[in-house]
Design a protein around this ligand. Sequence first.
Ligand code: HEC
Length: 171
Amino acid sequence: MSNAETSDTHFLNSFSIVLGILIIVAIGLFALARSLGRVQLKDQMTESTYLSAVQNNIAPFGQEAVAGQDNSALTVPTASTATPSAPAASVPKSGQDAFQQVCSSCHGLGLNGAPKAGDKAAWAPRIAQGMAVLYQHAEHGYKAMPPRGGTNWPDGTIRAAVNYMVSLAKK
Ligand code: HEC
């Protein structure tokens, strides 16, 4: 029995112990990952938004008309048949809505020299020009003020928004 042999045995013993501990840790991590993954997978599969997102992602992006079949679903809406729902639906109903949707992005904080809503000193000289001038500038633009605030809203909506901002400056 040499000295080298006992140190070999000693090495083998501690090596086995370390190996055993590592294997146990690995099994533990594996089990943990499995259980975490299961929770997440279940959530995702039941979440309808996730499912519809998947549907969107795998939906065919092109459609082909096939001779002899019903291709009515493929007709491209023309200007006359397409409902102008997008712009109409986005026209705010009140001056306050209009202000909150668009005008406030500049007039809320007073960006780029825009008269800040509710700032009496900023608005007084502008109001003094008369409402007609304010409407005119709001509809057609004035210096850094973009025409209609960059929207395609009708005059009535723009004027209502001007009225609303003017009313804020008079409070
Ligand atoms: C991109 C930023 C921006 C947006 C959005 C914007 N404005 Fe302005 N507005 C300005 C700036 C800048 C001025 C100041 C122009 C000047 O006098 O130099 C101004 C000035 C005005 C004035 C005063 C004009 C005058 O004669 O003194 C009115 C009224 C006005 N805006 C109305 C509106 C309305 C209504 C909306 C929303 C539909 C709107 N603005 C959206 C930037 C904006």
